[in-house]
Every structure is written in structure tokens, then in C-alpha cells.
Ligand binder design. Structure first.
Ligand SMILES: Cc1cc2nc3c(=O)[nH]c(=O)nc-3n(C[C@H](O)[C@H](O)[C@H](O)COP(=O)(O)OP(=O)(O)OC[C@H]3O[C@@H](n4cnc5c(N)ncnc54)[C@H](O)[C@@H]3O)c2cc1C
Length: 371
């Protein structure tokens, strides 16, 4: 005899827990399955939270560190500093953040089961039967990351354009300005994306990501930053890595029985590769839509969700330009130009979307100011 619930969410990450919390809060009996042994381990992300999410998500301040600007480096080491008054990013203690987020779900009776990989799901008699977990439920959510098992088992679309990222955390790194995200453009080291040094909590995070299929030059990058910051007494405490979908939102992300959210649905900016904001924001919205559907005869959740999703049309175009891997010399030449400064400012500080008129008004203003 299997356990029955209203909703099974696969993945206790940002999207899965946001969805489960919203659903449980509205009265659905909700179970979350995750293959990890426990909360806050085997993380794959840097965990930077943009201000837009910080405003709507009450993360305890002891788990975060405010960073007010970005220092953008060209391959030869020239740099520009970018700020926007009133704006900040939150670097996070990721392990503690996910433990806190899991606890918040458990506190409203979400049944979170770690050490439970989903391997098998079958739809019979109006229910999903998840044999491995001995569970049955009428609705299934795939919040299981960039390479979603739920997408495959439910015949939904899978991500087809990926970056692969790697990061190490170090203690005792000195000389890193803690009020800046240090971002490195260098197609020779990170083709198709960037590398970074982040003043995290409590460690300094050093990482890079590149197009799937290219070799990650992590050691070469580490050597480069060892010459810029003081790594003499540094000790590596963790290494992590994972995939980032940059195809933009997928088209087939659900039907009347199931829904993909977060990375599984491709909800990551193709340009900045940030996905935590959309994972939490739309994960929560999906939980509400599933309740409306199961409890109040509302529309299928996929129909409620899709019209709200960002399309990232211009960001996808910019990604094509990114993928051209211009020679390092080009970046060295243009990094100080007013246009590049204005565009970089828009990319890092405008989550309203590059097609929004506010973004372009700001670019024009900065351009005019600089002239
Ligand atoms: C190196 C790197 C750095 C990044 N840095 C940032 C950043 O600083 N800021 C930002 O906004 N975004 C960043 N991203 C992207 C961000 O991490 C993702 O967009 C975000 O984690 C998506 O959340 P999610 O809940 O959809 O998926 P995930 O966080 O991937 O969670 C998926 C969960 O599903 C579980 N799971 C997977 N398969 C199964 C299965 N078969 N059965 C059970 N459980 C399963 C996993 O264990 C995991 O817990 C980064 C990504 C990488 C790879």
C-alpha cells in the first residue's frame, strides 16, 4: 500500500521548496523528494541573490553579505567598476541557507525526504505512482534541475543548451574587496561565459563556467587570480560544479498532470546565467496555481504559469554574440568605452529585462552623462 499525497515535488532546491511551501500553505498535502543525503550538501551554485529576490524573500541577514558593485575585468586585467545607487547583491552562506529554507518548509508540514532519488514514475488510474518512493499523487512537479528526470519520465521538453560551471571555496584569502563581485571576461579561459571571485559567507568563492563541451580551465584561472589577491595562506574547503541551462524557457513544460519549474523548465537568464530569482519566484507561483487547479477547479497550472514567464528574447540574442568568442584583444580594447560600460551596467543591474523601456532609458542616460 503506497503513501498518498496531493502533490509530489522532485527536487528540494530553490524552486522545489518554494513551490512546496506555497502549496502546503494553502492546504495541499505535499511531499518533496531529493536524491541528496541531506539539506545543504553537494551544492552546485555560487548562490548570489539579486536585489529583486532579496526584496521578496526574507532570508536571515546572518546568512548573507551585501555586495554593492561589480568590478569587470578584461583579459589583460584592465577593469571598470559598476554600481547603481540603492542596488546590491547578496552573497550567501549557501549550505546554511538551504538548511534554513528546508526547515521553513518542514515547519508548515511539507514532508521533505532526502536520500530519495526519483527513478520511476507511472501514470495509472488518475495518479502518479512513484515506485521507488512508494508514493502516489495526482500531480507531479519537476524541480530537479538542468537535466531533469521528471522531464524525461513525463515526456516533456529537456534543456538543450548548457553551460558547465565549477567553483571552489577558500578560507584565508586576503586582498579581495568585499564590496565587489569580481567578474572576469576571458574567452580563452571561460569560452561562452565568465569567471568570478566572490567575497562569500564565510569563504571566498572562485569559479568559472563555459560552454558545455569545452574544457574548464579552472587551474589556469586560479593561477591568474593568485597573482591578484593574496592566496599565501588560503586553503580550499570545498569544490562544486554543475550545469546551467541557457536555452531560455522551454516550450513544453507541463500538462494536466505535471509541471516543470526552475532550471528544469529553463528559467535561467541566457545572458547572466542567474536562475535563483526565477526559481523561487515562479516556484512559488506554480505552488499557488497547482492549488487553484486541484482545490478550486482552476486552469491547468501550465496554462496559468506560461504567460507570466520571461521570454529573454534579447538576452538570447546577446548569448549568440557571447558564443562568438571574440579574441581577447577585442575585450581589452573596448572595456573602457562608454557603450560597453552602459551595456554592462544594464546587464548586471537590470532584472527588468533588456527589452524594457526603463532599461534603455537608463542606458541612454548613462551614455549621455558619460559624454
Ligand atoms: C557553478 C554555478 C554557479 C551559479 N551561480 C548562480 C548565482 O550566483 N546566482 C544565481 O541566481 N544563479 C546561479 N546559478 C544558477 C542557479 O544555481 C540555478 O538556476 C538554481 O539553482 C535553480 O534552482 P532549482 O531549484 O531549479 O534547481 P537546483 O538548485 O539544481 O535543485 C535541484 C534539486 O533537485 C535534486 N534532484 C535532481 N535530480 C533528482 C532526482 N532524480 N530525484 C530527486 N532529486 C533530484 C537535486 O539534488 C537538487 O537538490 C549557478 C549555477 C552554477 C552551475
Amino acid at each position: 500500500m503506497s503513501d498518498r499525497c496531493d502533490l509530489v515535488v522532485v527536487g528540494a532546491g530553490f524552486a522545489g521548496l518554494a513551490c512546496a511551501r506555497a502549496a502546503a500553505h494553502r492546504g495541499l498535502k505535499t511531499t518533496v523528494l531529493d536524491r541528496k543525503p541531506q539539506a545543504g550538501v553537494q551544492m552546485h551554485t555560487t548562490g548570489i541573490i539579486v536585489k529583486e529576490l532579496a526584496d521578496e524573500w526574507d532570508v536571515p541577514p546572518r546568512l548573507t553579505h551585501k555586495v554593492h558593485g561589480v568590478r569587470l575585468y578584461s583579459p589583460s586585467g584592465r577593469f571598470i567598476d559598476l554600481h547603481r545607487p540603492g542596488y546590491y547583491f547578496l552573497a550567501t552562506n549557501l549550505c546554511a541557507l538551504m538548511q534554513w529554507w528546508t526547515l521553513r518548509a518542514k515547519m508548515i508540514d511539507v514532508d521533505v525526504r532526502f536520500g530519495n532519488p526519483l527513478r520511476n514514475a507511472r501514470w495509472t488510474d488518475g495518479q502518479w505512482r512513484l515506485n521507488d518512493a512508494d508514493l502516489a499523487a495526482p500531480f507531479l512537479v519537476g524541480a530537479d534541475g538542468a537535466r531533469s528526470t521528471v522531464a524525461r519520465l513525463c515526456g516533456l521538453q529537456s534543456n538543450h543548451r548548457l553551460l558547465v560551471g565549477m567553483e571552489a571555496e577558500f578560507e584565508n584569502v586576503r586582498g579581495v574587496d568585499r564590496d565587489l563581485l569580481h567578474v572576469f571576461i576571458d574567452p580563452a579561459l571561460a569560452p561562452g561565459y565568465i569567471a568570478w571571485v566572490v567575497p562569500g559567507v564565510p569563504y571566498t568563492q572562485v569559479g568559472l563556467a563555459a560552454r558545455h563541451g569545452t574544457r574548464l580551465q579552472f587551474n589556469a584561472f586560479l593561477q591568474r587570480v593568485s597573482g591578484m589577491f593574496d592566496f599565501d595562506r588560503a586553503r580550499q574547503v570545498e569544490r562544486r560544479g554543475g550545469y546551467i541551462p541557457v536555452n531560455g524557457p522551454l516550450r513544453r513544460i507541463g500538462d494536466r498532470r505535471c509541471l516543470l519549474i526552475g532550471d528544469a523548465a529553463g528559467l535561467v537568464s541566457p545572458l547572466t546565467a542567474g536562475g535563483i530569482h526565477t526559481a523561487v519566484h515562479f516556484g512559488r507561483y506554480a505552488g499557488v496555481a497547482i492549488c487553484d487547479y486541484l482545490m478550486d477547479d482552476g486552469p491547468a497550472p501550465v496554462r496559468a504559469l506560461v504567460p507570466r514567464l520571461p521570454r529573454y528574447r534579447l538576452k538570447k540574442l546577446f548569448r549568440v554574440a557571447y558564443d562568438m568568442d571574440m579574441p581577447n584583444g577585442v575585450y581589452d580594447r573596448v572595456i573602457g568605452s562608454r557603450l560597453v560600460r552602459a551595456a554592462a551596467q544594464a546587464v548586471f543591474f537590470h532584472n527588468r529585462g533588456l527589452l524594457s523601456w526603463v532599461t534603455w532609458r537608463d542606458i541612454a542616460r548613462r551614455w549621455a552623462d558619460a559624454c
